[in-house]
Design a protein around this ligand. Structure first.
Ligand code: B4P
Length: 206
């Protein structure tokens, strides 16, 4: 007789989306959240940049879009995410940083997580005024060497955000999962506000 062991850690996961315009601090705050709550970090920006650095076919394709300040096509990004989730079945949960960025990506993520027996629990949206976003990204560009942190490309990225990414906030708001957070305080102050929301679901790990 074959006995199937149903070990499905996905049922107990806490999954968070960190949402916001380019430069709102998603990457910065993800680092703090990961350290404090021991969630697994999935940043589509980091994954894509890694593919670019390794000159993979996916990276070569993605670079064409990233260098112009455009979003990488949905099917490329969605395919990348699915494999990442499967790599970490014992995670306490995931923090999705910079994903989903379009409504089709959000719908695909919901389907993917449902198939695995889990879901998005909370979406924290960082809100930062546009002049501050531009200032931060130009500042980062001076040291990071990122080809998408020039003034011309930043303007395009913000335009893409308004056209394609902002509707994702309504998608999660309709599901009652969205919390808006002021993101132009200092990094520690912003983290404190984000933590208040996360702690309602998950205790910090000492
Ligand atoms: P991402 O890598 O996701 O990054 P980002 O939007 O540039 O920035 P983030 O919000 O993480 O800001 P950060 O913390 O670094 O995207 C890059 C590109 O990849 C996209 O344009 C797109 O082409 C592609 N891509 C990624 N995901 C995709 C997807 N799902 N679909 C399609 N395409 C996708 O902060 C920025 C700066 O501000 C830093 O210098 C930081 O130190 C500073 N800062 C942060 N918080 C601050 C604060 N409170 N006060 C002062 N400065 C602060």
């Amino acid at each position: 007789m074959v006995i199937f062991a149903l070990h499905n850690n996905f049922l107990y996961m806490f999954n968070l989306v960190l949402f916001g315009p380019p430069g709102s601090g998603k990457g910065t705050q993800s680092e703090n959240i990961v350290k404090t709550y021991k969630l697994q970090h999935i940043s589509t920006g980091d994954l894509l940049r890694d593919e670019v650095t390794r000159h993979t076919p996916l990276g070569t394709e993605a670079k064409k879009y990233m260098d112009q300040g455009l979003l990488v096509p949905d099917e490329v990004v969605i395919g990348m995410i699915s494999g990442k989730i499967d790599d970490m079945p014992d995670a306490r949960g995931f923090i999705f940083d910079g994903f989903p960025r379009t409504r089709p990506q959000a719908e695909a993520l919901d389907k993917l997580l449902e198939f695995k027996g889990t879901k998005i629990n909370l979406v924290l949206a960082l809100e930062v005024p546009e002049p501050e976003l531009i200032k931060r990204l130009i500042g980062r560009g001076e040291t990071s060497g990122r080809s998408d942190d020039t003034e011309e490309v930043i303007t395009k990225r913000i335009k893409e955000y308004h056209q394609k990414t902002q509707p994702v906030a309504s998608y999660y708001d309709e599901q009652g999962k969205l919390e808006r957070v002021v993101g132009n305080h200092t990094i520690p102050e912003t983290f404190k506000t984000l933590s208040k929301h996360v702690t309602k679901y998950l205790l910090p790990v000492a």
